[in-house]
Design a protein around this ligand. Sequence first.
Ligand code: NAG
Ligand code: NAG
Ligand code: NAG
Ligand code: NAG
Ligand code: NAG
Ligand code: NAG
Ligand code: NAG
Length: 209
Amino acid sequence: MGFRIGLGFLVLVSLCCTVKPQCSKSCDALASYYVWQGTNLSFIGDIMNTTDATIVTYNKDSVPNINSVRFGIRVNVPFTCGCINSDFHGQMFEWDVRTGDTYDQIAKIFYSNLTTVEDLEWFNSYDPNNILNNAKVNVTVNCTCGNSTVSEDYGLFITYPLRPEDSLDSIAETEQLDQALLQRYNPGVNFSQGSGFVYIPGKGLSFCC
Ligand SMILES: *[C@@H]1O[C@H](CO)[C@@H](O)[C@H](O)[C@H]1NC(C)=O
Ligand SMILES: *[C@@H]1O[C@H](CO)[C@@H](O)[C@H](O)[C@H]1NC(C)=O
Ligand SMILES: *[C@@H]1O[C@H](CO)[C@@H](O)[C@H](O)[C@H]1NC(C)=O
Ligand SMILES: *[C@@H]1O[C@H](CO)[C@@H](O)[C@H](O)[C@H]1NC(C)=O
Ligand SMILES: *[C@@H]1O[C@H](CO)[C@@H](O)[C@H](O)[C@H]1NC(C)=O
Ligand SMILES: *[C@@H]1O[C@H](CO)[C@@H](O)[C@H](O)[C@H]1NC(C)=O
Ligand SMILES: *[C@@H]1O[C@H](CO)[C@@H](O)[C@H](O)[C@H]1NC(C)=O
């Protein structure tokens, strides 16, 4: 009898623990930042906890030097894809609030849609209509370390906010990737939806392995 109960318990434990490990490891990741008019690499570096010089090294083709970033392009910004609340892969950045900042501006302009207003409301205890001056706002950016069911060939992923001009076709073409592979990493996502984000495997970008 005791043996049976013990066995049942073991089965329960193993069931619970095979569902659990959502993010056990961390990895390098990239954020695709759409450069809006009026911003520059030092600003992007500041808010993404890196430097303008580092960003240049990841974007040699499109950004020859720190002063030559053009508005309307995307730059890949490196960050560490860690674990948020032991629950999902992401990184938490800090935004220093200036007078009049709103979650809407922080998500849609300053972080170029790498985060959302909903996430800002979720991860910060402030009254959304009255964020205190000089406060720090938690900004989460989601990421992935891959999915061995899909492929073992990729170890570095770009968190890529979709814009109205994007499609599965255009992204596959630009990134030189197979459309079916891109879709498998983003099951059910409509690449033409104009908002939200997808994960794009980085080709030849990985430093490790
Ligand atoms: C860089 O952009 C930020 C944000 O728009 C701005 O405050 C800052 O003055 C700019 N710096 C330079 C050197 O243009
Ligand atoms: C910012 O970068 C520093 C040095 O690279 C690192 O030690 C720190 O953990 C990073 N902080 C965040 C919030 O990513
Ligand atoms: C972010 O998305 C909104 C629409 O959801 C758009 O109006 C805004 O221009 C986007 N921000 C950037 C920097 O592209
Ligand atoms: C990031 O992932 C978490 C957990 O899946 C989710 O709750 C959150 O809404 C996601 N953030 C964005 C910006 O999609
Ligand atoms: C930001 O996140 C940290 C760690 O999760 C938390 O302790 C802090 O209260 C959050 N800040 C706000 C304003 O909610
Ligand atoms: C990995 O990919 C498979 C097949 O597309 C999918 O069923 C599964 O949910 C994915 N796992 C994660 C953690 O995204
Ligand atoms: C994907 O989204 C676009 C833009 O909203 C829409 O026109 C198209 O019909 C959608 N495709 C599918 C398969 O739902």
